[in-house]
Design a binder for this molecule. Structure first.
Ligand code: NAD
Length: 471
């Protein structure tokens, strides 16, 4: 298969290439073109040229283009599933779910409206609040859910009248490049450019004077660099960053009912989800049975190459992350915590780590305080609700949080006290197009999705019109 950037509506290769590794084998399986600075400049220039006509289209026209793109993508889903599994590592069913969501995600986002608002209309005149597109949006995305995250930002940027240059992670660039290929027959040239590259490409984008906004999704550390660099021309910035989500299980929760949902909210995508449960607080009175139920789920979940339809948990996506997660395990072992199951790398090629449940662990350890982003869950004991809320909030992260209980009203009252962008009762799930999504504290800046998200891709403009006077 050939992989090309999409620049000004055309496919382009590069002079140099980098390897894309299948994490289930730990070996390269494809080569990706590595965009040069000149290619990025060409993509930005094309997006700038396309902006004038694109911004003048109605929402309805842009919705039409985007939904046609979604439909064309849908026709290619079956073909793209194995590619996403091979580059990302996730199981077949998860790859199918991610790719199949694309047309629906576009449809949902493009069904939203950003109406102009009338702030005052009286004898003095009329004051309107309007929303205008910003220009060229640079979209930088991570390797964990590469297609969905990119599509969400692309749909919001384009629907609101901007044009875009998108850069996938160098670990998972290929399905996204294919998405660009599909767009070429549908979107006007330059409206969507997709360029893949190595470590320099992201900083080139955040420094680029021709880019008006950066929509970044990735780690907190990189997010801070993006924000600093975007200051060069005061680019608008949204940052969707890491999390260390706490889930609190109250004493009235039934392990038989909620353990499985909690387990999968922590271990789906091998724990590599921003909104995964990463700290589980369980009431002392049900602590042991709860730990036992989780350990059983971890022991019986089939781990392996995502291409095997029986597999539920794939490898860690890349070598660096794999070594990072092993570092967390080593550190955890030193703390004297009880490793109930897992705890080791698997003796096979690829970046596999056994699903790991850790009991009798506290704050002050790396596993509890940081984001491991892997298949390893600390289960922490508590006995007092005010104390556990304080501990759950005692973090620089603030992406999500959940409360699990048989009393929904109590759950809602406690969930509202969690300092996070999204909190739930008896669930801990993924973003939806109609609902604003983003992080409190160091988990992010701004919101994606919903009309609030769309407004983040626009500039508010006040139009102040006096009442017409004769003469
Ligand atoms: P990362 O920050 O290493 O990389 C993200 C993207 O930024 C990649 O495309 C990378 O090439 C690029 N990049 C790297 N350095 C850059 C720089 N200096 N300037 C501009 N771009 C640069 O993150 P990752 O390891 O790919 O992803 C994992 C992290 O992403 C986790 O922390 C996870 O929680 C977070 N994440 C957050 C969300 C969310 O919506 N909040 C969603 C998914 C992942």
């Amino acid at each position: 298969m050939e992989y090309t950037h999409t620049i000004d509506g055309r496919g382009e290769t590069s002079e140099t290439f980098f390897d894309v590794i299948n994490p289930a084998e730990g070996k390269p399986f494809a080569q990706c073109p590595d965009a040069s600075k000149a290619q990025l400049d060409a993509a930005v220039a094309a997006a700038r040229r396309a902006f004038d006509a694109w911004k003048q289209l109605s929402y309805e026209d842009r919705r039409g283009y985007l939904n046609r793109f979604g439909k064309a993508f849908k026709e290619r889903v079956d073909e793209l599933i194995p590619l996403l599994v091979r580059e990302q590592g996730k199981p077949l069913a998860a790859a199918r779910a991610e790719l199949s969501y694309t047309p629906l995600q576009i449809e949902k986002l493009c069904a939203l409206e950003v109406p102009d608002e009338v702030l005052r209309d009286d004898e003095r005149g009329r004051v309107e609040l309007r929303y205008r597109p910003l220009g060229v949006v640079g979209i930088i995305t991570p390797w964990n859910v590469p297609v969905s995250i990119a599509v969400g930002r692309i749909a919001q940027a384009l629907y609101t009248g901007n044009t875009a240059v998108q850069k996938p992670s160098p670990y998972t660039p290929l399905t996204t490049l294919k998405m660009g290929e599909i767009s070429r027959d549908i979107l006007p040239p330059g409206v969507l450019n997709i360029v893949a590259g190595g470590d320099s490409l992201g900083p080139w984008m955040t420094e680029h004077p021709g880019i008006d906004k950066i929509a970044f999704t990735g780690s907190v550390a990189t997010g801070k660099k993006v924000l600093a660099s975007a200051a060069s021309n005061l680019k608008r910035v949204t940052l969707e960053l890491g999390g260390n989500d706490a889930a609190i299980v109250l004493e009235d929760a039934d392990p038989a009912k909620v353990a499985s949902d909690i387990f999968w909210a922590a271990f789906a995508n091998s724990g590599q989800i921003c909104l995964a449960i990463k700290r589980l607080y369980v009431h002392d009175s049900i602590y042991e049975p709860f730990c036992a139920a989780l350990a059983e789920l971890a022991r019986t979940a089939k781990v392996g190459d995502g291409m095997d339809p029986e597999v539920r948990i794939g490898p860690i996506q890349n070598r660096m992350q794999y070594e990072k997660v092993l570092g967390f395990l080593e550190d955890t072992r030193r703390t004297g915590a009880r490793i109930l199951t897992g705890g080791r790398a698997m003796d096979r090629p690829g970046y596999f780590i056994e699903p790991t449940i850790v009991a009798d662990i506290q704050e002050g350890t790396r596993l509890v305080d940081e984001e491991p982003f892997g298949p390893i869950l600390p289960v922490i004991r508590y006995s007092d609700i005010d104390d556990v809320v304080r501990r759950a909030n005692d973090t620089r992260y603030g992406l999500g949080g959940s409360v699990w209980t048989s009393n929904i009203a109590t759950g809602a009252a406690i969930a509202a006290r969690l300092e996070a962008g999204t909190t739930w009762v008896n669930q801990h799930s993924l973003p939806d197009a109609h609902v604003p999504f983003g992080g409190a504290k160091e988990s992010g800046l701004g919101r994606e999705y919903s009309t609030l998200g769309l407004k983040g891709y626009m500039e508010a403009q006040v139009l102040n019109i006096p009442k017409a006077k004769a003469g």
